[in-house]
Design a protein around this ligand. Sequence first.
Ligand SMILES: Cc1ncc(C[n+]2csc(CCOP(=O)(O)OP(=O)(O)O)c2C)c(N)n1
Ligand code: SF4
Length: 291
Amino acid sequence: MSETTEKTMSARDYKSDLKPIWCPGCGNFGFLNALYLTFQELQLQPENTAVVSGIGCSSRLPGYVKTYAFNGVHGRVLPFASGVKMSRPETTVIAVGGDGDGFSIGAGHIGHAARKNINITYVVLDNNIYGLTKGQASPTTPLGVKTKTTYYGNMGMQFNPVRMLIAYKASFVARTFSGDPKHIRKVLVEAIRHNGFSFVEVLSPCVTFRGKDQFKIIRDKVRYLDEQHHADNELEAFDVANDEKELALGVIYKKPRPTYDEIINADVTTKAKAVSHGKPKVNKLMDQFKP
Ligand SMILES: Cc1ncc(C[n+]2csc(CCOP(=O)(O)OP(=O)(O)O)c2C)c(N)n1
Ligand code: SF4
């Protein structure tokens, strides 16, 4: 008989030996520290936890965490994370990446992971820019902002990730800010505990390519949701998401429903029973493939 012994974990135990090489002051530090504390609060066991990413400054994060970790290819964080979860359902899977990784090259994957309700937590460290490749516009760069690729000012409208994810039928959608690690932790604990696909947008300034004043700009623009907000009401959640002048922080939408693996397991079990009761049908089907 195998025995599993759970180790009591402190935040420090989740730190890998690699030292982050992010620029001093990068918003990603606040998130990383909050992540260690979240793991401690949930007492996640490293052998049952996987942090998976794409490519970007933010996607370096799995290297700094002492759990299973995978730094994949640009834009493919969700297929990797979904694969890990489907093959190892007992694993807590955290997918991490940037706004470029998630909403540009990887945009095609989000809707499907969300609508299928794959039981993972997807965190986008949204800095409104491509950081790693040195400052090109991303899908969340605000209108009019001058970047390396938008010399005359960004001409495309900025994506609204929270609104997008509610529309994609994600069962949990939240927004938080790397200038408030306590809030990140509160939101992340709830996101990881949520049974289903949870999406968390972290406003996480790139101080190098968006400017050091981004923390102040964001702080002046956010408000905290309280118990007056009904996160299970989709229309109310859309109203909150639609407000782009004052950005709401907290759990904006949450409506649990069966997860992808729960549906598959129930379905496969039912079908397996039907097949075993009706063997001739399967044989008849297989006969078609005989020479
Ligand atoms: C297939 C592919 N296309 C392009 C790149 C180049 N590339 C690397 S990271 C990146 C964007 C990084 O921006 P983001 O995902 O927002 O992350 P950040 O660095 O801002 O955290 C790009 C375009 C790549 N590595 N692979
Ligand atoms: S370039 Fe921007 S996102 Fe990348 S590490 Fe530096 S501050 Fe952070």
